[in-house]
Design a protein around this ligand. Structure first.
Ligand code: AMP
Ligand code: MG
Length: 318
């Protein structure tokens, strides 16, 4: 990717305005939360979300946490279950992330939840983070602001050491108070499921939920809340990779210059970041048994985000 100039600025009214304005332009801004520093981007902008994956150099697409300033913003995006409301009343704002079903008309990139029908949401407690979210006035996707495989950053200098040249602005709000990632809980059903331990103890969540926290993937007899078994999205139709031409009944997804009979194209210019931005939206659109019997995808070079795209397509095809 092309290097950009990364500015580190102390968190104040001026830098917050700058950060909000960059986020609204689809740029990347790192900001402190009470857990760790987040690498923020507009969660409704496919290219901005693709930029997060590119900057982190993630070898695969995993769903990101969407950060919001208040409950009204949460309700615009997801179905808030009675369980989620109880947990939110007790732990928000704070180090708890809730996985909930996304509303069909929510202004959210399909890439932000890696094609899943659920999305992870959090109301951070950090004053600077909340100011930024209010000023940006849109959902902000933010994984930890570190290159893939590196430790989560709890200081602005950690972000700079790991991601310098890959984002526009780092808001320096000093060290993070919790220093641990948020606890991720699936609250789509009646029984909460722990997807990732973190800053809020499982016992504290159980006390509010009034029952045991199911640990995702650990117990087959546990009543699985919907969503928690689907760790990654795959289309219902069969997928064929490295396709040069469409066979009868196939929806061919191109990459680069158009092929005959193409149903869609991930990126006519052959740009992996644009392809990542389009991937899940196109798969969802073409995954229609009334129109096609299978989906074929043209070869995608194994470079940059092409690796993450191929990883997801291979797993969907197998
Ligand atoms: P990070 O991006 O490093 O803050 O990590 C986000 C965590 O939330 C990862 O463990 C994800 O697997 C989890 N997560 C985010 N969205 C979902 C979702 N829709 N379903 C299940 N897990 C999710
Ligand atoms: Mg992380």
């Amino acid at each position: 990717m092309t290097e950009i100039t990364t500015v580190i600025a102390p968190l104040d009214g001026k830098s917050l305005d700058r950060g909000a304005s960059l986020l609204r332009q689809g740029r990347l801004v790192a900001f402190p939360t009470e857990t760790v520093y987040g690498l923020g981007a507009d969660a409704g902008d496919d290219m901005a979300v693709a930029r997060i994956f590119d900057a982190k150099g993630r070898p695969r697409f995993n769903p990101l946490i969407v950060h919001l300033p208040n409950m009204a913003a949460v309700e615009r995006l997801v179905e808030v279950t009675p369980l989620a409301r109880r947990l939110a009343d007790s732990f928000w704002p704070g180090a708890l992330t809730l996985v909930l079903r996304r509303k069909p008309r929510a202004r959210l990139s399909a890439l932000v939840s890696a094609g899943l029908e659920t999305v992870a949401v959090r109301l951070p407690a950090h004053g600077g983070a909340r100011d930024l979210l209010r000023l940006a006035d849109r959902p902000i996707a933010a994984p930890s602001a570190n290159a893939s495989g590196r430790l989560s950053p709890t200081e602005a200098q950690h972000v700079a050491a790991s991601l310098d040249g890959k984002l526009d602005l780092i808001l320096d709000g000093g060290p993070c108070a919790v220093g641990l990632e948020s606890t991720v809980v699936d609250a789509t059903g009646e029984t909460p499921a722990l997807l990732r331990p973190g800053g809020i103890a499982a016992e504290a969540i159980e006390a509010i939920a009034g029952g045991r926290l199911v640990v995702a993937g650990s117990d087959d007899t546990a009543p699985a809340s919907p969503g928690m078994l689907t760790s990654h999205y795959a289309p219902g139709l069969p997928i064929r990779l490295n396709a040069e031409t469409a066979q009868a009944g196939e929806a061919l997804i191109g990459f680069g210059p158009a092929r005959d009979g193409e149903a869609a194209n991930l990126s006519p210019s052959g740009d992996a970041m644009e392809a990542a931005a389009n991937l899940f939206r196109l798969l969802h659109r073409l995954d229609d048994p009334a129109r096609y019997s299978s989906i074929a995808v043209a070869p995608i070079p194994q470079a940059g985000l092409g690796r993450a795209i191929n990883d997801r397509l291979r797993r969907a095809a197998s």
